[in-house]
Design a binder for this molecule. Structure first.
Ligand SMILES: [Zn+2]
Ligand SMILES: [Zn+2]
Length: 109
């Protein structure tokens, strides 16, 4: 919950285009919510180990790259990110996405 910096009133979130505006219920002061600009959501779905949909809004080109051979097209470069699977006590899994063909795979498969 967010409060107004001016009068301490409750800020009500209101969607405005692509971002969220917070508007004070008391004095009407507005400010933009500090939402992250993008995020990657990985849906693990029902079937175990079944991957992956990257959010359409995510900018894949901001992900770090590494030298990793794509199992599909043998390209030598891939983007990577960590993703926590089901249980919080499990180590996060590393995912790769081929910079050339877009193939996505997991480490240790
Ligand atoms: Zn206010
Ligand atoms: Zn590839």
């Amino acid at each position: 919950m967010e409060f107004c910096s001016k009068c301490g009133g409750l800020m009500i979130p209101k969607k405005s285009g692509s971002h969220v505006l917070l508007i004070c219920r008391k004095c009407g002061k507005k400010r933009t919510s500090k939402e992250k600009k993008f995020k990657i959501s990985v849906h693990t779905g029902g079937e175990k180990g079944k991957i992956i949909v990257i959010d359409k809004r995510s900018k894949v080109d901001v992900l770090p790259k590494t030298t990793m051979q794509c199992p599909k097209c043998e390209n030598e470069e891939a983007y990577w990110w960590m993703q926590q699977m089901r249980a919080a006590d499990e180590a996060p899994t590393r995912f790769f996405k081929c910079t050339k063909c877009g193939h996505i795979w997991r480490e240790y498969e």
